[in-house]
Structures are given as structure tokens and as C-alpha cells.
Design a protein. Structure first.
Length: 487
């Protein structure tokens, strides 16, 4: 695959270059100023069908849907806020004014695979995938008995090294995740390159790989995957930082004759030449995939050398005022199925407002607990709830932490491990936007696959907050004691 890019820094919410097929995909992105950008794709000579994008530069919505189009764009839409619609453009992407269109009107033209929750004001509506349809039966295309089960960060790093070093067997193998994997914020070398592409199957099995950064400036193809060819990747969420590559995307730098199904990418990116939020260059098939994130402009080395004192001052200011500035996290969680819309959104602007209320006892019966978490309409933060129990409490009440033996062995081997501080999640909610109430909560499985035994547990209700418009994670969070009673 040859690349002929000009020197301009350009980016798009989903794909840099598309010569293949993209269908049923979503891009929700924010760009910094000074970048030539497109809402969905820069160059399209393939086909884009049944897709949706919402992209912003500051408070302005990004247009057009595609910059250079010699292919086809059908039944695809982009949000233009309250700007005046131009109607169908030359790329056949319709511009939808969310601010003045009802949810019912939007649901009609959009792909039925997309889900729009009921919302009083459609401009605050989140578009996501219908959970029942967002899964690809990848195991029908390989023998599960021959699959390599991946369950740790060390294992994943070793697999990437083997493939990039030219191990043909590793590059052609079948990999299946059996749990979420935290890469610990370490430097990540993308899986596969142009000389040694990944040609196997990677089934995320509904799990995610997160907390990684791609920053090697010598890379051509940058992302969680670098270069894939004749591969199948499905059911995987990646969440990391990508700051390098001349052909980059959070999920993959480039795909040749490959298939990517039911995957999503959450990222903070920096543009170097041409960038796509999800993929840099696609010469394969991508279906039911999504990108959520922020894309900023990367400055050349001479600029940093020219005015180092100014840059140093800016970095110090950012660090002091907001140490999480370069660690923005965009929530990719749909609204909780038990959430009920109880009042109109009434936030009037100004300072950030977080208000909530909930019961101090959760009684679970048949796996469902009565909780009554309320997020009032005048708040400007959506929230997500996790109920956590410390290891010491679990050991006292059940004799086990609820982890697998292998997982617990890793914890016990850590000299800093403290059972009084370590916790496990026993249930996790979906998103609760302003004006919604969560009357019920579903009890999840323990890490070892068992259910939480009957009894009373001292627990922590841990609340994370997200901007109601962008879903960017807030610096603040809250944790309060709660009693969990399982019948």
C-alpha cells in the first residue's frame, strides 16, 4: 500500500482515506482550530452507507461530511447544530439540524441499527447502537478450540512484539479476549506493520483494551493496530492516546482487504499529516463501528525549539490548573435501560453544576435492586454509577475477594496491595443524563463469574461525571458509603 499525502495536516471524524466499504458507523468528535477537517472522511473513492457524524470546532459544527469524494455516500447524515441546512450536498450526505428536529423525525431517516433515547431536546440526544444488534458472531468464522485466549497486558504486549518481529504463526493466529485489559499508560507499539501485517482474527468478545499511548514518531501506520491485511477484527473497544503516525487512526492505521465489525474507539489524538478518528486508511470493510474523541493539532519540532520558554509556561499553567488536560476521556456508555426521564433539561449556563441524590441502602432481589438515583434537570453533568466492595469486606463476608485465583495471585504479589483499599465492582450503571432518574440497578457478576452471595455488605457508591454535550469526563467524582443487601 503506497501513501501519497501532501504536507497539510488534515483529519476527519472517522476515516482519513476510504477506498473500501464503510456502513452503519458513527463518529462523535471535537477538533482543535487550525486543522483542515471533515466531519466523517477526508477522501472517499469507496462507499459510505448509513452513517452518522457530529463534529465540532469550538461551538461550531464541522462541514462537509467528506472533503474529496469520487465514490458514493448514501443515506448518511451529519449534525449541523442550529446552522442553516444546505440540503443534500455533492456527497449525498444530508445535514440534519438536531436543534430543530424531533427525535421521531430523526429516527426515521437514520439507520435502524442506531438508537436515539427519548429526550425533550434532540440536540442533547446521544446516538448509539442498538445493543441487541451490536455484536458480530465472529466465532462462526474460526475454531474456538484453536483460539489463543488473551487475559493480561503482558500477554498482549508479547503478541504485538511477535507479530511485529515477523512471526508468521503469531500474525495468522486467532485471539480472543476474556476480560478487559489495562495497558497501564505504557507506550504501545501498534499490532502489525506494512512489512509484517496482522492477518489473523481478533475477537474482543465485548471487552476493551485501554490506557495506552502511541507516540513513536517514526511510525507510518499508528493506532492500536498498525497495519492489518486479510484480517477479521470484531467486538472490541480500544481507549487510548495516539500522537504519531503519518497515517493514523485510534483503532487502526490502515486496513487492507480486512473486515472490522462492531468495534469502537475512544481517544485523544494529535494530527500528523492525515488522520481519521477511527482509521487512517481503509481498503476493506467496516461495519457497525464508532469513534468518540478529541483531535488536536501537533506542532512541528522547529516550532517547539523556536519558543521553548512560551511552551514551557503554557505546560506549567495547564499542569497547575488542570492536570487531566491531556487525559481527556470520552464516555462511550449508552443511557441506562432502567433510566427514566422525569423532568426537562433546565441548565441555564454559567458555572458547572453537579447535584444528585440516592438511597443509602440498596436491596437486591433476583438480581435487581431498588436504588432511586436522581440527576435533576438543572445539572449540566451526566453521571455513571459503580457500586464497589472492598476486598477486606468480601473476605470477611464470603471468604473470597470474588476474583479468579490467577487475578488474586497478582494482587497478593504486589507489595502495595491493601485489602482495605482494593475494591471490586459488583454493579455498573449506564449513563444517567440531567433530568433522569435511576429507580433500579442490575447486580453484575463477580470477576470469577459467580454471583454475589446473599448477605449485607458495606459498599461504596462511586459516581463519575461527564459533560452533558460532549461526554468528556470531568475531573471531579464522588464516592459515598451505601449498604448493599442481597436476598
Amino acid at each position: 500500500m503506497s501513501l501519497e499525502f501532501n504536507r497539510e495536516k488534515k483529519c476527519a471524524g472517522f476515516a482519513g482515506v476510504n477506498n473500501g466499504k464503510i456502513s452503519d458507523c458513527i463518529s462523535i468528535s471535537r477538533f482543535s482550530r487550525g486543522i483542515d477537517c471533515a466531519s466523517f472522511a477526508l477522501d472517499n473513492s469507496g462507499s459510505i452507507t448509513d452513517c452518522f457524524s457530529r463534529s465540532n470546532v469550538g461551538k461550531k459544527f464541522v462541514k462537509p461530511f467528506v472533503i474529496n469524494n469520487s465514490g458514493t455516500v448514501e443515506n448518511s447524515y451529519m449534525d449541523i447544530g442550529d446552522a442553516q441546512p444546505d440540503g443534500p450536498d455533492s456527497m449525498s450526505a444530508f445535514e440534519y439540524d438536531f436543534a430543530n428536529t424531533s427525535v421521531d423525525e430523526l429516527q426515521g431517516p437514520l439507520n435502524p441499527a442506531f438508537y436515539i433515547p427519548e429526550c425533550e431536546d434532540p440536540k442533547f440526544a446521544d446516538i448509539d447502537f442498538d445493543e441487541e444488534s451490536w455484536h458480530y458472531e465472529a466465532d462462526l468464522e474460526y475454531n474456538p478450540e484453536s483460539a489463543v485466549v488473551v487475559s493480561s497486558a503482558n500477554q498482549l504486549f508479547e503478541i504485538a512484539k511477535q507479530i511485529n518481529d515477523g512471526d508468521f504463526k503469531a500474525a495468522s493466529s486467532v485471539y480472543v479476549l476474556d476480560e478487559d485489559i489495562d495497558l497501564g499508560g505504557k507506550k504501545w507499539t501498534p499490532i502489525g506493520n506494512e512489512s509484517h501485517p496482522f492477518k489473523g482474527v481478533f475477537d474482543g468478545n465485548g471487552h476493551k483494551v485501554f490506557n495506552f499511548k502511541v507516540c513513536d514518531k517514526s511510525l507510518t501506520f499508528a493506532g492500536f493496530f498498525g497495519f492489518i491485511e486479510d484480517a477479521l477484527i470484531a467486538n472490541l473497544l480500544v481507549d487510548g492516546v495516539v500522537k504519531s503516525g503519518t497515517c493514523s487512526g485510534t483503532f487502526a492505521g490502515a486496513s487492507k482487504n480486512s473486515k472490522i465489525f462492531c468495534c469502537s474507539a475512544v481517544s485523544y489524538m494529535k494530527v500528523r499529516k492525515r488522520t481519521g478518528g477511527f482509521i487512517g486508511r481503509n481498503d476493506g470493510v467496516i461495519e457497525k463501528c464508532a469513534f468518540y474523541g478529541k483531535i488536536k493539532k501537533a506542532f512541528p519540532l522547529w516550532w517547539w525549539l523556536l519558543i521553548p520558554l512560551i511552551i514551557l509556561g503554557v505546560l506549567i499553567y495547564i499542569y497547575i490548573t488542570n492536570p487531566y488536560k491531556n487525559k481527556a476521556v470520552f464516555n462511550n456508555v449508552p443511557i441506562d435501560p432502567y433510566a427514566v426521564h422525569t423532568e426537562d433539561f433546565s441548565y441555564e449556563g454559567g458555572q458547572n453544576t453537579v447535584t444528585f441524590g440516592f438511597s443509602d441502602v440498596i436491596n437486591f432481589k433476583n438480581g435487581i435492586g431498588e436504588f432511586n438515583l436522581v440527576n435533576p434537570g438543572y445539572s449540566n453533568q451526566s453521571m455513571q454509577l459503580k457500586v464497589q466492595i472492598t476486598d477486606s469486606e468480601m473476605k470477611e463476608k464470603t471468604g473470597s475477594t470474588g476474583r479468579t485465583d490467577a487475578e488474586q495471585a497478582e494482587f497478593d504479589a504486589n507489595p502495595n496491595y491493601d485489602p482495605k483499599n482494593a475494591r471490586i465492582d459488583v454493579c455498573t450503571s449506564g449513563l444517567i443524563p440531567p433530568g433522569y432518574q435511576l429507580p433500579k440497578l442490575k447486580l453484575g457478576k463477580l470477576p470469577n463469574g459467580n454471583s454475589l452471595p446473599a448477605g449485607a455488605y458495606r459498599a461504596i457508591a462511586y459516581l463519575s461525571f461527564f459533560d452533558y454535550q460532549t461526554n468528556e469526563r470531568a475531573v471531579i467524582n464522588s464516592q459515598l458509603p451505601v449498604l448493599v443487601v442481597v436476598e
